[in-house]
Ligand binder design. Structure first.
Ligand SMILES: [Zn+2]
Length: 424
């Protein structure tokens, strides 16, 4: 038996108890787990990781089939109804109790503390808090728990964002990083001296800002090359009701061990060792509304198990490499959409694009990249073709559309995020 397995078998008494508690709770309260764990017996004295790993996984399909089956409380105990963003299917509803809201607040407070932020900071929220979106709500609660101040502007409207930044002087922005690029462009066009503002940090949600080696990716570079701000990446999902957040060492997003139990599972079903990649699987410790046990997120990342430069020993996750169900098998190679996004986003001339993935008659994937028609007969397009050959090692199909037509296919009114890729 490998030393890793022996080591990870030794879970602390606190974690062991938290796992026993959540297993007992869901087997009694959730219709889904009541049925699924009908034959499961938990020996509270000897329960260890081997027992835990024998418990069946919960999948996104289980949850999507009937999210109400996961509900552990009566309707009048639900404090908030939230949904997933639906980027990989129909939105799934999750149900939060008052104590889940407290758990969310603790999660974000702890995240801010990892980033070296405190009660003297003033936060500006640039994401939505309504439309059943959990992140905006979570950050709002976390700022309150931290004892700091909050300006809730919401998404979009660069003019409003800048008016607020100049008037109230926030020190931290919470935003989708691609919107920060718009914000910088707006400042440049309107002679706002954004380099001399109060903003020192940006908490980035929803999009990666780092490469695999933790250097800034194209998006991260675009922001930091013109604005002297510290970017913090986060990885979170509505289902987890918790986030993995970067500390001041900027070398991976830390697990909050009080709120989640983490496994990173390789293709062969075994646990990923230090610096290996696999699927992120979580159990939501302490959740009471819609708790999940051994939930397969579908997200693939590298795990870092050595002690962090910040001194903490909790495992960290590297940037998300892709989603398990979004691996594109194209002409004999595997490509994650992220690689195509990053290739295209290097070009400042490309302000809008969409990737379409179709299956051909042999069940192979076919990639078509839609670009604005102004790109078609330029040298930029020739550079894109070169980049496809060198970075992706394959050349997909290209189609060119009128700018507004393409935009309406990417920025859809009923979606919270731009639809940059579509699997048919
Ligand atoms: Zn750290």
């Amino acid at each position: 038996m490998s030393s890793l397995l022996t080591e990870t078998n030794q879970i602390s008494e606190k974690v062991q108890q938290a796992l026993i508690d959540i297993l007992t709770y869901v087997s009694e309260k959730s219709p889904f787990y009541k049925q699924k764990y009908a034959t499961l017996t938990i020996n509270k004295q000897s329960f260890d990781l081997t027992d835990y790993k024998n418990i069946p996984f919960t999948t996104k399909e289980d949850l999507a089939a009937n999210d109400l089956n996961f509900l552990c409380v009566s309707k009048n105990e639900i404090a908030e109804y939230v949904t997933t963003s639906g980027t990989t299917g129909n939105p799934i509803s999750l149900y939060l109790t008052q104590s889940d809201l407290e758990r969310l607040a603790k999660n974000e407070r702890d995240s801010f503390q990892l980033m070296g932020l405190g009660s003297n900071d003033l936060f500006q929220l640039l994401t939505t808090i309504d439309k059943q979106f959990m992140a905006g709500l979570a950050y709002s609660l976390g700022v309150q728990k931290l004892g700091a101040g909050m300006i809730r502007i919401g998404p979009g409207v660069p003019e409003l964002q800048w008016n607020s930044i100049l008037k109230y002087e926030p020190t931290v922005l919470i935003a989708v990083p691609s919107f920060i690029v718009n914000l910088i462009e707006y400042a440049k066009e309107n002679t706002i001296d954004f380099t001399k503002t109060s903003v020192k940090s940006i908490v980035c949600i929803g999009e990666p800002i780092r490469n695999d080696d933790f250097s800034y990716n194209v998006l991260g570079k675009r922001i930091t090359e013109s604005w002297n701000v510290d970017l913090f990446s986060t990885y979170a999902s509505t289902e987890m009701g918790a986030a993995f957040s970067e500390c001041t060492a900027h070398e991976g997003n830390h697990l909050n061990e009080d709120l989640l139990f983490l496994e990173v599972i390789k293709e062969d079903g075994t646990e990923a060792a230090d610096q290996e990649s696999g699927e992120i699987v979580v159990t939501t410790l302490g959740a009471t509304g819609s708790p999940l046990v051994r939930y397969k997120t579908g997200d693939i990342a590298k795990v870092y198990r050595s002690k962090c430069k910040c001194g903490r020993t909790s495992p960290r996750l590297g940037p998300i490499l892709g989603r398990k169900n979004q691996m594109i098998k194209f002409k004999g190679t595997t490509i994650y959409p992220k690689a195509i996004f990053e290739m295209l986003e290097q070009f400042v001339e490309i302000s809008c694009y969409k990737i379409i993935v179709n299956k051909d008659e042999l069940n192979n994937d076919e990639i078509t990249i839609l670009l604005e028609d102004k790109i078609e007969s330029t040298s930029v397009f020739l550079s894109i073709l070169d980049q496809c050959k060198s970075k992706l090692r394959v050349v997909p199909k290209f189609e060119f559309l009128e700018s507004n037509t393409l935009r309406s296919m990417v920025y859809k009114k009923n979606l919270r995020k731009p639809e940059k890729i579509k699997f048919n």
